[in-house]
Design a protein around this ligand. Sequence first.
Ligand code: SAH
Length: 515
Amino acid sequence: MSSPKSPFHPFERPIHSATRMLGHVYLIGAGPGDPQLITLRGVQCLKKADVVLYDGLVNPQLLVHAADAELVCVGKHGQQRIWTQDEIQEEMLRMARQGRIVARLKGGDPAVFARGAEETAALSEAGISFEVVPGITAALAAGSFTGIPITHRHHASAVALVTGHQKDNDATDLDWNALAKFPGTLVIYMGVTTAQTWTQALIDGGKPADTPAAIVRRCTWSDQQVFRCTLGEIALRLSPASKIRPPAIVIVGPVADLPEQLDWFDHRPLSGQRILVTRPDGQAGELGDALRELGADPLYQPAIEIVPPPDWSDVDATISQLGEVDWIVFSSRNGVQFYLDRILRLGHDMRLLGGGQIAAVGDRTAEALQGYGLRADLVPADFEAESLAASLSPQAAGKQVLSVRASRGRDVLRQHLADAGASVREVVAYQNRDVIDADAKIRQQMADGQIDWTTVTSSAIARSLVQMFGESLHQTKLASLSPVTSQTLKGLGFSVACEAEHYTIDGLVKAIAQV
Ligand code: SAH
């Protein structure tokens, strides 16, 4: 390992030195794939990082924890350019020598078949301080996510983690005869292309060909696959014709034969369902998380985007006249956020709203108000404008009502309140625009019928989706948030596969799970 002298660094400096001139490296285990299976410490270190060097096996979703860091994929395992181990180490040292905090993010655990020892040796030799944050290694994750306990009181009191990939690509370095006699579970990493060799070596060493086995591909990812077979069948199952590509891990031993009911992963209400979340950026997470909780694989393609109005003059005019308003009506969270932020931006505070009453369409809108220390005086039971208009109408005559709304939306509220004798002023606090182009991969998946469900949470989203995907939208089942949205979809010639009973995110998720 070459260690060019750095202008900053006297080599004799002890490692773990308190000074940060040399930067610091965290070797972090990212876990097996599911972005929630990283440790709290791992996340904390990612947050501190100036730069992240991450492997191809790492779920890119983890990079949200390092939002301000430079991100470098060192692309092992497929993808773009494959860096050599030396190059990775050189880069890691170079960056640390610039005084940066480097997160070296590796799949699974950094010390299990991950060349972690070479990386820490290089750091130690260069006098760069480091910390190793463990991760959940694939063997343990594969066991948990397939209901195969890798140890078992009656079936296996030991586990061996074994590589099927030897230095010279022949399996003879390892003592397979000894492994054949190993009294416990064998878990084979990197054994896809070499399956013929190592399974034969085990059988030749005396391990019965009918020993139960499970091949687990992409464990903990939403497209995890499990193939149960015997030791003797593994090579055929992993032959090139079967197209089971890495990463896959193989569990060999009696534990692989325990009842499949223990497999919880494939038995969740939405297991294996690919569901498109179409809400605007920044507002999609809640729905995505709720779907994932039930086992679905959420994909994100915003159908609309929320942006400020082209100019603020109308909004500002209403703000200067808030003292005359009897009721201010907010129809959405966005309305609350854009309007109230503008009040603050202009140097005022919420006391401007003190003279009037406040109505909100929907619990979420009311919640958003609470975020600004405001309690809505009226939140109709039904989360629709009609319901609010009906509640407000009896007391609306002669009142000044300000309705804070999006650039487009329905006119129901103004009409009803005007009919009830109110003087209604509407103000556009944000624009609601169609996103024109879908991500190319999602467009393809839609056309190929690979998206099981598409969530439609407003009429604007419905119209934008039809523009975006055209006829391909018939290839997916449509889940609608409310009767109004369903009507829009039907009007556009699309059938609705389910509709939320309560017009909330939870209601929508429940409706999909019940189909
Ligand atoms: N450090 C990693 C292992 C890296 S070696 C860890 O601790 O898990 C790469 C091998 O790990 C792959 O060839 C495969 O055998 C296994 N592996 C990693 N992630 C996996 C996953 N999600 N599903 C199945 N096998 C996985």
